[in-house]
Design a protein around this ligand. Structure first.
Ligand code: AMP
Ligand code: MG
Length: 408
C-alpha cells in the first residue's frame, strides 16, 4: 500500500532536520598524510609548534651588510652564506657577505643589499642605492609564532593550508573521515549511455551526474547499475548498501506515482526524517535511514537532482564531516525580472556576468522545467528565491549558490 502523502515542510525546516541528523552521525577523525589531505575537513585545531620563519633570513639575493649608511669605500666582502647550513658568520662594521634568498643572515647584519644594486670591485661591494636599516630581511616569527592557532577544527584544507602545515613540519593532519557513498538510480525506463534505446526508454543521465557531483566533493562514490522499479530489488540493494556505506543517495521513485516505492520501503523497514520539501525543483526529496546508513532520496528529474544535491546533499556531506566554514555564496543583481507565482523556495538556474561597471549580474534562465538538463548544463549558479509569491525586478539583489563545480 502506498503511504499517505505527507504535507511538505519548509526548506529551512528540512535543512535543520538534516543538520541535526548529520550531527548525530558525525564521522570519526583520522590522521592522513598531507598528500591525501586536500579538501578534507580539519577535525582538530593545529597550533604552531615553531616560528615561521624559523630564523632571520635574506629576502633577496645580494649582500648582507654591516655598517649603514653606506661607508665611503663600500663594504669589504668577507665571505658567503647561501641557503642551507648556517655557517655561524659574524659581521663587523664595514663588512658584508654574499647571500642568497632564504639564507640565514649572519650576526651583525643590518640590511641586505640586493644584487642588482651592487657593484663588486677589488674585494669590496659598492652601491649608489644603499638599503635602509632592516631592508630585505625576513624576521623570525613574523608569519607565525609558537603557540598561535594555525588552523581550526571545521576548516577545509585548501592547497595553501596544506602548504602551511608542511612549513610547520607537520607530515600528517587530523581530519574527519570521508563519508562512503553508494548511488542508486531507479526506473524501468533507464538504460546506460552507450546502449540503444527501445521506444519509451531513456539514458540514465543521473548516475554519471551524481557521480560527478560527489567526485567534486572529493568522494569516490560506488554506483550500482540502475535498478528496476521493483520493491524487492530496491529493498535488497538498500540492505546491501546500508551494511557497507555511510550514505546511500538514490534518485527517482520518491514521488506519488504507482512506481515510486522508496518512501514505503523506508517507512516499513527503515526511518524517514523528512519526505517532501516546499522547494522548486525537487519537492519530493526525502531523507531517511536504513540500518546504519543515511538515505538521501533525490527525485528523478535531472535538474531536481542537481538542485537538491547542491542545496541539501552538500550540506549533509559537510555536516557529516563537521565542516564549519560556510560554502562561498554570491550576491548578484538580477539581469532580468523574475515573477514567482508559487509559494515554494525556488532555486532557479542562472548565469553570472559582470557589467561595464564591474557589478555582478545574474541572468535567470527562463527555462524552468526540471527535465530541462540542456538548459541547466550552462548554469553557473542556483538563484535562491525565498518562499512566497513575489515579483523580483531587474536589478534586485539575489543570493546565488555556485552549481557548476569544476568550472572554477
Ligand atoms: P521519478 O522521480 O522516478 O518519477 O522520475 C521523474 C522523471 O525523471 C521521469 O521522467 C524519469 O524518467 C526521469 N528520470 C528518473 N531517473 C532518471 C535518471 N537516472 N536519468 C534520467 N532521467 C531520469
Ligand atoms: Mg521513476
Amino acid at each position: 500500500m502506498k503511504p499517505p502523502f505527507p504535507a511538505p515542510i519548509d526548506f529551512a525546516q528540512a535543512l535543520a532536520i538534516l543538520l541535526r541528523v548529520a550531527e548525530e552521525r558525525r564521522l570519526a577523525a583520522e590522521r592522513v598524510p598531507l598528500q591525501r589531505a586536500f579538501g578534507r575537513v580539519m577535525a582538530a585545531d593545529l597550533v604552531a609548534g615553531s616560528s615561521l620563519p624559523a630564523f632571520d633570513n635574506a629576502a633577496m639575493d645580494g649582500f648582507a651588510v654591516c655598517g649603514l649608511p653606506v661607508p665611503a669605500q663600500g663594504w669589504a666582502l668577507v665571505g658567503e652564506q647561501f641557503a642551507g647550513a648556517d655557517r655561524g658568520l659574524r659581521l663587523q662594521p664595514g663588512q658584508c657577505v654574499r647571500i642568497t634568498t632564504g639564507a640565514p643572515v649572519p650576526m651583525g647584519t643590518e640590511a641586505v643589499l640586493i644584487k642588482e644594486n651592487a657593484r663588486e670591485q677589488d674585494g669590496r661591494v659598492l652601491t649608489d642605492a644603499g638599503p635602509s636599516p632592516g631592508a630585505n630581511i625576513r624576521r623570525a616569527g613574523e608569519d607565525l609564532r609558537p603557540g598561535q592557532r594555525v588552523l581550526s577544527a571545521g576548516q577545509v584544507l585548501t592547497p595553501a593550508r596544506i602548504g602551511l602545515a608542511a612549513a610547520l613540519g607537520e607530515a600528517e593532519l587530523e581530519v574527519a573521515r570521508r563519508p562512503t557513498v553508494a548511488i542508486f538510480t531507479t526506473g524501468d525506463e533507464l538504460r546506460p549511455p552507450g546502449q540503444a534505446l527501445a521506444p519509451g526508454e531513456l539514458h540514465d543521465s543521473n548516475r554519471p551526474l551524481l557521480q560527478a557531483l560527489l567526485q567534486a566533493e572529493g568522494l569516490e562514490p560506488v554506483a550500482w547499475p540502475s535498478l528496476p522499479d521493483e520493491p524487492a530489488v530496491l529493498a535488497a540493494a538498500l540492505a546491501d548498501a546500508a551494511a557497507a556505506f555511510d550514505l546511500v543517495v538514490t534518485c527517482g521513485g520518491v514521488s506519488a506515482g504507482e512506481k515510486d516505492h522508496l518512501p514505503a520501503l523506508l517507512l516499513e523497514h527503515g526511518r524517514m526524517h523528512f519526505w517532501k520539501v516546499r522547494m522548486k525543483p525537487g519537492m519530493p526529496v526525502l531523507l531517511g535511514g536504513w540500518n546504519r546508513a543515511l538515505v538521501l532520496g533525490l527525485p528523478g528529474n535531472p535538474v531536481s537532482v542537481l538542485a537538491t544535491f547542491i542545496t541539501l546533499g552538500r550540506p549533509l556531506l559537510d555536516a557529516l564531516q563537521g565542516r564549519a566554514e560556510p560554502r562561498p555564496a554570491w550576491t548578484a543583481l538580477l539581469a532580468a525580472p523574475v515573477s514567482k507565482r508559487h509559494g515554494r523556495r525556488e532555486f532557479l538556474r542562472g548565469r553570472l556576468r559582470t557589467d561595464g561597471r564591474g557589478r555582478l549580474l545574474v541572468e535567470p534562465d527562463p527555462v524552468t522545467g526540471s527535465h530541462r538538463l540542456a538548459a541547466a548544463a550552462h548554469a553557473d549558479v542556483l538563484i535562491d528565491l525565498p518562499e512566497g509569491e513575489g515579483e523580483f525586478p531587474e536589478g534586485a539583489s539575489v543570493p546565488c549558490l555556485p552549481c557548476a563545480p569544476g568550472r572554477g
